[in-house]
Design a protein around this ligand. Structure first.
Ligand code: THU
Length: 132
């Protein structure tokens, strides 16, 4: 499918304004695109117990799941207010991989955007395969 990179980045940037990041002051927004064209956004939500903080990517994916989305995840754009080309943390890589090992990732650069794939960032993502 044709991906509108600028639109995904704009939506990620917009939702980053809602980030709850009083501890890190590092607002992040993510916009996830599915094969049927649906898009969902999420921002990071921190907690006084720092380790409980939720990343923007997982928030966006959770929002999609809660909305009943069943289509294949195609792409996710990630925008951090204070950093260009902000790659997802390890936990979020595994979350993205869960919903598509073919996902494309989109980041903001100085003069536009750059892309990579989840396979590139997480070459051997975990899949639950039992022996039988
Ligand atoms: N964070 C994200 O939301 N996504 C990322 O890809 C990297 C990190 C958040 C977690 C925490 O709220 C803040 O950024 C600083 O680590």
């Amino acid at each position: 499918m044709k991906i509108n990179y600028d639109e995904l980045l704009a939506k990620a940037k917009e939702v980053s304004k809602n980030a709850y990041a009083p501890y890190s002051n590092f607002p992040v927004g993510a916009c996830v695109l599915f094969e049927n064209g649906n898009m969902y956004t999420g921002c990071n939500v921190e907690n006084a117990s720092y380790g409980l903080s939720l990343c923007a990517e997982r928030n966006a994916i959770s929002t999609a799941v809660a909305a009943g989305e069943k289509a294949k995840l195609v792409a996710i754009a990630i925008v951090a207010e204070n950093m260009l080309d902000c790659p997802p943390c390890g936990a979020c890589r595994q979350w993205i991989y869960e919903f598509s090992p073919d996902a494309e990732l989109i980041f903001e650069t100085k003069d536009g955007y750059c892309t990579t794939t989840i396979k590139e960032l997480l070459p051997k993502g975990f899949v639950l395969n039992t022996k039988d």
